[in-house]
Design a protein around this ligand. Structure first.
Ligand code: GCO
Ligand code: MG
Length: 402
């Protein structure tokens, strides 16, 4: 099954997406997501200039060997640009193999472990009142799990609070916009949000919250402790995780479940977090962690330590990544939850897909492969537009984490 073509497609139906399309001599094609938000063209070049020339002529059936060839063969390992490129190749090859076998991808992985994939939606508002209204709306839509983010008094803007409620899009500027951050104001406010949410909605709905890498371990310990009465499903990215052992301190202070890993690119970014049971949910997903092949390894290591999956699923992960993730989620034994931020209608048109939403779950569909395709003609109508994620500064001007 010789690979005869590998094409990189860049499209911007409301936001930028990079897609790799691989075709075999039998005429079977598969696609993979290669989108790296705010750094898209680096992955395009990495694929076109360095990986595609080595891919043509290889046997599409040898997914593992091709993965190892590109991971080990570069000599330079890991990193978001390289791993997103490898992920795109890997996802496209799994898509091809499943299509050739005439199976939905979850069958090739080992079969379905569950009927539906529980997802969480995103409620957010300028203040507590507005956030409560949004949670109510998500409950009406059937969601069983909802992430709640809220504006903080005295801070002009904060992560996770959107202009357009259904389509949150932080990469919104031609040059990075600058936000202001105050840890003290944030830590004082967030427990009030969850006190109010539990008061109004009770304990049946799963509630989640994303700190977005902004606390020190001891501050995270305090927030986790303050939130314990409200029984969060998880507290996400409480601390940046370059220092994996830093999470020991968070763990010593709180039983609030911790989620981490949307920016990890390999198993080496989390092996200590997993083996010391410092987190409860691992957030790595298909596109940024080396594709299905590597994600399976991470999930298997996590399973050994009672840690569940919770794949990243923001809007910058294309429908191709979401489709592949849903097949992975349907199979993986230690599934926890899947993030779901809706894509715009224009994006959904460019990427026709088999997955559907009902009753708080996503269903991957039964079409052979991962069930997502790209309409190239439509994609070509939306040229790339430079867009950056914001940056963050403390109130005194010091650069901080966004
Ligand atoms: C999440 C994430 C996103 C990221 C985005 C960056 O939990 O969904 O934190 O909102 O900020 O994916 O590109
Ligand atoms: Mg996050």
């Amino acid at each position: 099954m010789k690979i005869i073509d590998a094409k990189v497609i860049v499209t911007c139906p409301g936001r930028n997406f990079v897609t790799l399309k691989i075709t075999t001599e039998e005429g079977i094609h598969g696609i993979g997501d290669a989108t790296l938000n705010g750094r898209e063209l680096a992955v395009v070049s990495y694929l076109e200039d360095h990986l595609v020339p080595c891919l043509i002529g290889r046997d599409a059936r040898q997914i593992e060997d091709i993965w190892q060839f590109f991971y080990r063969g570069a000599y330079w390992r890991k990193g978001p640009v390289g791993m997103a490129a490898i992920a795109a190749i890997d996802t496209a090859l799994w898509d091809i193999k499943a299509k050739a076998a005439n199976m939905p991808l979850y069958d090739l992985l080992g079969g379905k472990s569950r009927e539906g994939v529980m997802v969480y939606g995103h409620a957010n508002g300028e203040d507590i009142e507005e956030t409560c209204d949004e949670v109510a709306r998500y409950l009406e839509l059937g969601y069983k799990a909802i992430r709640a983010q809220c504006g903080v008094p005295g801070m002009p803007s904060t992560y996770g609070v959107a202009q357009d409620k259904m389509f949150y899009e932080p990469a919104d500027a031609d040059l990075p916009s600058e936000n202001i951050w105050s840890t003290a104001k944030y830590l004082n406010h967030i427990p009030k949000l969850f006190a109010r949410l539990r008061d109004q909605f009770g304990f049946d709905v799963h509630l989640l919250h994303d700190v977005h890498h902004r606390l020190t371990p001891i501050e995270a310990g305090r927030l986790g402790k303050d939130l314990e009465p409200y029984r969060l499903f998880w507290l996400e990215d409480a601390v940046t995780a370059e220092l994996q052992e830093g999470f020991r301190l968070v763990r010593q202070h709180t039983t609030t479940p911790l989620a981490l890993g949307e920016i990890f690119t390999t198993i080496y970014d989390c092996h200590q977090l997993l083996s010391e049971q410092l987190i409860d949910y691992i957030r790595t997903t298909v596109v940024h962690a080396g594709g299905i092949t590597h994600l399976k390894r991470i999930a298997s290591l996590a399973e050994l330590y009672h840690i569940k999956t919770g794949c990243h699923g923001a809007t910058d992960l294309s429908p191709v990544c979401l489709g592949a993730a849903l097949h992975f989620d349907s199979w993986v034994p230690n599934f926890g939850i899947q993030e779901y931020m809706r894509h715009t209608e224009a994006t959904d048109e460019v990427f026709p897909h088999a997955y559907t939403f009902a009753d708080g779950n996503l269903y991957p569909g039964d079409t052979p492969g991962h069930g997502v395709d790209i309409n190239e003609e439509l994609a070509s109508k939306y040229p790339y537009q430079r867009a950056y994620l914001p940056v963050n500064r403390l109130e005194d001007g010091t650069m901080f984490n966004w």
